[in-house]
Design a protein around this ligand. Sequence first.
Ligand SMILES: *[C@@H]1O[C@H](CO)[C@@H](O)[C@H](O)[C@H]1NC(C)=O
Ligand SMILES: *[C@@H]1O[C@H](CO)[C@@H](O)[C@H](O)[C@H]1NC(C)=O
Ligand SMILES: *[C@@H]1O[C@H](CO)[C@@H](O)[C@H](O)[C@H]1NC(C)=O
Ligand SMILES: *[C@@H]1O[C@H](CO)[C@@H](O)[C@H](O)[C@H]1NC(C)=O
Length: 545
Amino acid sequence: MPYGYMKPSIVLRLFTWPLLCLLLLVASSRFFSHSNAPGRGDAPTWKAPFRPADLIPVLPRKAAWPLLRSLRSAADLLPAFVGAASDDKGALEWKGACFYNNTAWMEFHNKSGSRFGGGTLHIENSNAHSWTCLDLYLFATPYRVTWDYYFLSREHTLDFHEWVVEAEYEYVKHNGVSIFLMQSGMIGTLLALYDIFPLFTNTGWGENTNLAFLRKHMGATFEERPQPWISSINTDDIHSGDFLAISKIRGLWGGFETLEKWVTGSFAGHSAVFLRDSEGKLWVAESGHDNEKGDDVIAILTWDEWWEFELTKDDTDPHIAVLPLHPDMRAKFNNTAAWEYAKSMVDKPYGYHNLIFSWIDTVSGNYPPPLDAHLVASVMTVWSQFRPAYAANLWNEALNFRLGTQGLNLPEIIVEAEKKGTSFDKLLTVPEQDDWIYDDGKSASCVAFILEMYKAAGLFGPIANSIIQVTEFTIKDAYTLNFYESNSSRLPEWCNKDDDVKLPFCQIKGRYRMELPGYNTMQPYPHMNERCPSLPPNYARPKYC
Ligand SMILES: *[C@@H]1O[C@H](CO)[C@@H](O)[C@H](O)[C@H]1NC(C)=O
Ligand SMILES: *[C@@H]1O[C@H](CO)[C@@H](O)[C@H](O)[C@H]1NC(C)=O
Ligand SMILES: *[C@@H]1O[C@H](CO)[C@@H](O)[C@H](O)[C@H]1NC(C)=O
Ligand SMILES: *[C@@H]1O[C@H](CO)[C@@H](O)[C@H](O)[C@H]1NC(C)=O
């Protein structure tokens, strides 16, 4: 799955998620490198020790298939931060996947005779648990990421010939070089890739992998519903402001949504909203609609066009539910203001800038292990090197806003944050402000777009403007708001008509019954969702976070 083969918009969205960044990083270095093993102590490069295609067939078929079937968690793919190596020998010790006793320290030198000199990272490993195992590591400073693997028990070195700039030297002196362990080792990483690749394939196998992942990691049930799986809808029962919760379970989008659901705790991965114009015609407004150029933009389509697309062209097996607004909310809903807002956003890009920040609210309560802020920083570093132009768009601008600076690149941001006495992980948690304007305009993810419209239409009431930042809301945060119909006898007559289980909302498409835990339960309050942890499998949430 090289990113070169994907639509740019999908790539862009994938890469706003650290998990996928790492996945693709691992994938691209493993699967598409045709080089031989790097020599020990060489300047490390993006070379794979060997290709999985070389490895898997050597396992006897009998052994390989059960191994591959005992799928590991996708999380096994992620490097775990083990610590930062400083010049204090003996300060850093950890247990690896293969070697149980590891230490590392930095030696600063000036072999290059350059202005800031360079350094050597020493790693000593011992107590391997088997003869054949090896440990894979990533090493990162704000300016570079490299990797290496260790097979033999002894002292290894990794040379930083020269520091790129003084700031790198200062940073490493101060904070050390970050070390990440690929915790499942080589085989485990490969097995985990076998688990995660199918998430993205557009096949029944891929769909089942998505379902299995969500069952296992989120406790989702996916019970099959009786036919028909598509409702016949009387659109007279649908009104402006009614919410569309969408869950894609197949293909690239399906895989992307699966991981998004997992990190945020949302049981839907996409959303859109109904609008009725003054002539009574029904429309769907959506952030994340593919335009002809393959970009994801904000669009307003007629209901017929939108529904036709979902029924015939969308190959992600979308499951769709209508969440009708509560009559009191509908009475409050200022349709004129909603249209004004929606029209002002048409053709603006999907909210890449702030997607990641709606999820990260706390220093440690949002990262399913082994994700953490160090990892986010290192992934951002990697990505900045692959695609500097995209990186600037993706998060540099948002981070600059948080720091009160302008135009700094990622290394400068990390260094500046340290100077200002804050750390990068704290910086990530600074709440997004809805009125930040990026160089391509205001940014709104699918759900921020809808909630911003609700805000404009008056649904959050008088508290709205400064004390609700909807860019901090995930899809789950949106469907748990108590804005929706709570009396099931008022739901339209066609709603869940042929299903024996009566959902509190109207599922209009999908083979499996949708579930939205916590649906329609939460009263909005000031600064809602700005400090919420989100850890699987329960995603426990303190009151008023
Ligand atoms: C780990 O290795 C270091 C350096 O080789 C050694 O000093 C230390 O005693 C070892 N620790 C354990 C628990 O074996
Ligand atoms: C490294 O050596 C060069 C040339 O001798 C010198 O100009 C530079 O200041 C040295 N750098 C450090 C950090 O010592
Ligand atoms: C609805 O919004 C429009 C446009 O923002 C505004 O002019 C109008 O006064 C609002 N209506 C009500 C009842 O608040
Ligand atoms: C639910 O709606 C029905 C029909 O409008 C009404 O008769 C009933 O009293 C409502 N129930 C509650 C608990 O509000």
